[in-house]
Design a protein. Structure first.
Length: 615
């Protein structure tokens, strides 16, 4: 809770910034046109110093103001297209991610800088008292930025501090101009960005007309309607309910979403073909695939997750592999029953970071259950399992499926005994969009078509897994239908007895990062990563955010790097604008997807990066 007069004032100032900014402009303009109505504009005074006639100096001042408005419009529309209006116009600080692409490489607050540019141009058309306008706005923006920085720093931590260290606060550093090239490769204008950031555009022709007539009134008459429109739209959008990205403060990110990876690492290993010289980037999720990639002997693996609790889980699994004998490892994680998991945790805990130890110290119930059962998704699977298998006959049918290798026979079982009224009701209710929204967050499904049927989608995927894929070795289906992993054939790769010693010897090659993907990539040098496993994070992004992250991926990737990602509900493949640099391996993708044991994904994308052509 915010306490004290000053913190409350700063919060009020930020949430009322649109009204305060317009109030400053209105007050300075009113004083200029009333108290100092007879004073010469600053452009005329500057022209006198340069020996220019008053009429010429005034016309040049109006044209300079038009140029300032053009530069401000370009920067505002670009920044708004990257950030989106929902985030930029919100009356509250958006701390769910650190935006570090496009103009946010050049200056941390390009929207404020754009406004500062525009009003600096306006001062040329005002008497000397108008010089207070950019000064007052600079002071106001500095207060807003301080409040944002404190909020972002408190939530995003080291990720945001690194960004602050690299990028200027409000005024770009011209000495760093050679470093701006990656930013200008990310110039993008969207309808959203133009619609909500074009408030200075109409001032451009307005100031041109003013230059021709010598009357500022024309600039005001032509430009002011766009400002009023922006004011109304900004207020409407800024006060609308949150619908952008799930906030890190939301309950969904206060716990573990996935205690296991629900993606088949065999698919990624086949696509990536990891070797001894590779630096691999992977989304952490349950940590299973990150650990499995160690079997391929990479030089380094970067495990990143936006949810730090997923990284705490990976730390726990790594520590358990490091110190526990094999039998006790399986007991501790939850593969086998045991009564002494807390004793094992006592051995594991010294190998955890302070943050991870604090998290797990408070999760004794998860330790007692076995952490492989501790995720929100796993709890959801447990609920579905209880509903589907409530009848003993259905539980016996599950075992018959697993004991039947012939797909044709399994298809007959599915048609005659599995696909009954209870199953159809379950897929329409328990696997519905509403239930998935409760499980995760509605922002995860923002880019999904409104008429998409969750139930039908998952019912079709379940049918494919039960009838077409091998079941005896499918540890995903074993967990879903049996409630656990069957030894030795249906264990995740990183928990198989012959693999554990290899993984244990290579644990030091994993670097764990809690951050947003784009913000972390911004801190990396060029040409460093050779293999990328993005999971399905792209379908939570807008097409503009997706393209921006792919462009940043292109920068940090080595030539010939391989990129893999999945589509669960929202279709994403690289945009045509990146065709020169991203080559889709469609045949590989389809072949791998057809054998993928995790079965739930609709699309598996394998792409190769060519860096010799700049996008």
């Amino acid at each position: 809770m915010t306490t004290g007069i000053l913190p409350r004032w700063r919060k009020f100032e930020f949430e009322s910034r649109i009204f305060i900014s317009i109030g400053i402009v209105a007050a300075v303009s009113a004083v200029s046109f009333t108290v100092f109505a007879g004073a010469a504009p600053n452009a005329v005074r500057l022209g006198a110093v340069l020996g220019l006639p008053a009429r010429t100096a005034l016309a040049l001042g109006f044209l300079a103001a038009a140029a300032f408005c053009a530069a401000a419009s370009f920067l505002r529309i670009w920044g708004g297209s990257v950030l989106t209006s929902r985030r930029m116009m919100s009356f509250r600080v958006k701390a769910d991610a650190v935006c570090a692409s496009g103009p946010y490489r050049i200056v941390r607050n390009p929207i404020y800088f754009a406004d500062f540019l525009a009003f600096s141009g306006f001062t040329l058309c005002l008497p000397p008292v108008g010089l207070t306008l950019p000064l007052l706005l600079y002071a106001h923006y500095s207060q807003l930025i301080s409040y944002e920085e404190k909020t972002l720093g408190g939530i995003r931590g080291r990720e945001y501090e690194e960004y602050r260290r690299r990028v200027p606060r409000l005024i770009p550093d011209l000495r760093r101009f050679p470093e701006w090239r990656p930013a200008f490769r990310e110039v993008v204008f969207t309808r959203d960005g133009i619609r909500h950031n074009g408030l200075y555009l109409s001032f451009i022709p307005g100031f041109v007309v003013a230059a021709l007539t010598g009357r500022l009134l024309w600039a005001v008459a032509i430009g002011l309607p766009a400002v009023l429109d922006w004011y109304i739209v900004h207020t409407k959008v800024g006060t609308a309910p949150d619908a952008v990205h799930p906030s890190p403060a939301k309950k969904v990110f206060q716990d573990i979403l996935y205690a296991n990876c629900w993606e088949d690492p065999a698919s990624d290993r086949e696509a990536l073909r990891i070797g001894p010289d590779d630096v691999v980037f992977s989304i952490t999720s349950g940590g299973c695939n990150v650990l499995t990639f160690l079997l391929d002997n990479p030089r380094k693996i970067i495990a990143l997750d936006y949810n730090p609790r997923q990284n705490h889980l990976l730390e726990l699994k790594m520590a358990a592999i490091r110190v526990l004998p094999y039998d006790r490892l399986l007991e501790f994680l939850g593969v086998r029953p045991t009564e002494n998991r807390r004793d094992s945790y006592g051995l594991v805990r010294p190998w955890l970071s302070r943050e991870a130890a604090r998290f797990w110290d408070a999760k004794t119930d998860a330790i007692d259950r076995g952490v492989l059962n501790a995720g929100r998704y796993e709890r959801y699977m447990r609920l579905l399992r209880k509903i589907v298998l409530v009848a003993p006959a259905k539980r016996a049918l599950v075992e018959r499926f697993f004991a039947t290798p012939d797909p044709a026979e399994r298809e007959g079982l599915f048609r005659s005994r599995w696909n009954d009224a209870a199953w159809k009701f379950l897929t329409r209710v328990m696997l519905s969009r509403r239930m998935n929204t409760l499980l995760f967050d509605r922002a995860f499904f923002r880019y999904l078509d409104g008429d998409f049927s969750f139930g039908r989608h998952f019912a079709e995927k379940a049918e494919h897994a039960l009838t077409s894929l091998p079941l005896a070795s499918n540890y995903f289906m074993s967990y879903i239908l049996r409630g656990g992993f069957a030894e030795p054939d249906a264990l995740p790769h990183y928990l198989r007895e012959g693999n554990v010693p290899i993984i244990r010897d290579r644990l030091g090659r994993i670097e764990i990062v809690s951050a947003a993907c784009g913000a972390y990539f911004f801190t990396l040098p060029d040409n460093g990563i050779s293999k990328f496993n993005f999971s399905n994070i792209f379908e939570w992004s807008s097409p503009q955010e997706f393209e921006a992250l792919l462009r940043e991926t292109l920068r940090v990737a080595r030539d010939g790097a391989v990129v893999t990602y999945r589509n669960l509900l929202v279709f994403r493949e690289h945009p045509a604008s990146l065709d020169p640099n991203f080559t889709s391996r469609i045949v590989d993708s389809l072949k791998i997807l057809s054998r993928d044991l995790s079965f739930i994904y609709d699309n598996y994308v394998v792409e190769e990066i060519r860096k010799e052509v700049l996008a």
